[in-house]
Design a protein around this ligand. Structure first.
Ligand code: SF4
Ligand code: SF4
Length: 142
């Protein structure tokens, strides 16, 4: 991949390797969300059953759509889905003309910097919840 390719290409122009590298592995998009009557969205600590709580990666990424029917496949052609991504997500940041942060693995060169910075959901989630057991993890910022 060319250095700083995300500053020169649009999401639509990226190849699959570049596209995949934009995901920092935070795991936030794989959490159940709730929306209040006022339209505020919150991430809960309830994760998709395929999300690994230690690595924050999907346990079966290549078969994710077959395994989890409401798993949303992100693409440059479906930017409406970015509304449900956290404000820290590189897909959303680039789509909105913003820079990606210093802790992003593409900048830091360290895939664990997303965990060290406290952005990821590592060790902060549960996979199943009975009524009342779940909690709000964080609000989705604009
Ligand atoms: S929110 Fe964005 S950066 Fe985080 S895991 Fe999902 S796609 Fe990757
Ligand atoms: S199936 Fe989809 S929502 Fe579930 S962990 Fe994998 S990528 Fe995330």
């Amino acid at each position: 991949m060319k250095k700083n390719f995300w500053e020169e290409k649009t999401l639509q122009q990226m190849n699959s390797q570049e596209w995949e590298s934009l995901c920092d592995g935070c795991g936030l998009c794989c959490l159940e969300k709730i929306e209040t009557e006022a339209g505020e969205v919150y991430f809960t600590d309830v994760a998709c059953r395929l999300l690994d709580s230690k690595t924050c990666r999907c346990k079966d990424y290549s078969n994710r759509s077959k395994r989890v029917k409401d798993c949303v496949r992100l693409s440059a052609q479906n930017t409406a889905a970015f509304d449900w991504l956290p404000s820290t997500c590189a897909y959303k940041l680039i789509h909105n003309g913003k820079d990606i942060p210093a802790w992003h693995p593409l900048i830091s060169g360290d895939k664990d910097s997303v965990h060290a910075s406290g952005i990821s959901v590592k060790n902060r989630i549960i996979s199943n919840a009975s009524d009342g057991e779940w909690t709000v993890l964080q609000k989705m910022a604009d």
